[in-house]
Design a protein around this ligand. Structure first.
Ligand SMILES: Cc1cc2nc3c(=O)[nH]c(=O)nc-3n(C[C@H](O)[C@H](O)[C@H](O)COP(=O)(O)O)c2cc1C
Length: 219
């Protein structure tokens, strides 16, 4: 058991030191359908607060569409040189249908009777938790999208796939480009994925991280 634990830890460390925020992708290299599916699974399986998953992930392969992101991302070329550009979105606001469809889905998947005390209790817990200001809702939903990003970055690292998390873009312009507002969505973060170019000097830079002793305190 102890040995198993040690192996797992070193794999995590290896993957997370291998990864870095790619500045230059090799535009000739593409993810296989299996690779793409495996990292998208990490998004789908991301845990979220109360399990509501008020988010959507857009996968862009089309070269012309990727090209349109370059000016919206302050000329950062990762958005076009990558194999796939992921746009991580949240819903614009929590709606009645989000709650009812989730409760229904829970009943079906877990084989619960409808109506039941258990489901009613679950639904009222959801409603009382979501009884927050719009500003709080937005912050809360954004947090969930960042969790998905974290999961995605780790999954990519484990699979030997490169990525670059990107906040450096204009969300309103991306919303406009993709017609997201009409779809009830808002872009939160971009994440191009693919394979690093051999010319990306950032791959050789040592990681800058605070020391474990500074970051972690055992009480
Ligand atoms: C939320 C978030 C937003 C980021 N936005 C950008 C970005 O717009 N462009 C970029 O080149 N790197 C971006 N980065 C990369 C960070 O600068 C990088 O992750 C950090 O310096 C640590 O370096 P490493 O990921 O290479 O280990 C972002 C990272 C995170 C987590």
């Amino acid at each position: 058991m102890a040995v198993e634990k040690r192996i797992t830890k070193s794999r995590i460390e290896e993957a997370l030191t291998w990864r870095y925020a790619v500045k230059k992708f090799d535009s000739e290299k593409e993810l296989s359908p299996e690779q793409l599916e495996s990292v998208l699974t990490a998004l789908q399986l991301t845990p979220t607060s109360m399990g509501l998953q008020l988010m959507k992930f857009l996968v862009i392969k089309d070269e012309k569409l990727k090209e349109a992101f370059v000016p919206l991302a302050f000329n950062q070329h990762q958005v076009v040189d990558c194999s796939h550009l992921l746009v991580l979105c949240r819903v614009d606001e929590v709606r009645e249908e989000h709650i009812t469809s989730y409760v229904e889905q829970t009943a079906i998947i877990r084989g619960l009777k409808v109506p039941s005390k258990q489901l009613d209790g679950f639904e009222s817990m959801l409603r009382s938790t979501l009884n927050m200001s719009r500003e709080q809702q937005v912050k809360w939903m954004d947090n969930q999208v960042y969790l998905a990003l974290g999961n995605l970055l780790t999954a990519c690292a484990v699979e030997g796939i490169d990525a670059c998390p990107m906040e450096g873009f204009m969300p309103d312009k991306v919303n406009e480009l993709l017609g997201l507002t009409e779809k009830g969505l808002q872009s939160v973060i971009l994440c191009p994925i693919g394979f690093r170019s051999e010319e990306d000097k950032y791959a050789t830079f040592p990681k800058v991280r605070r020391k474990t002793a500074e970051l972690i305190e055992h009480l």
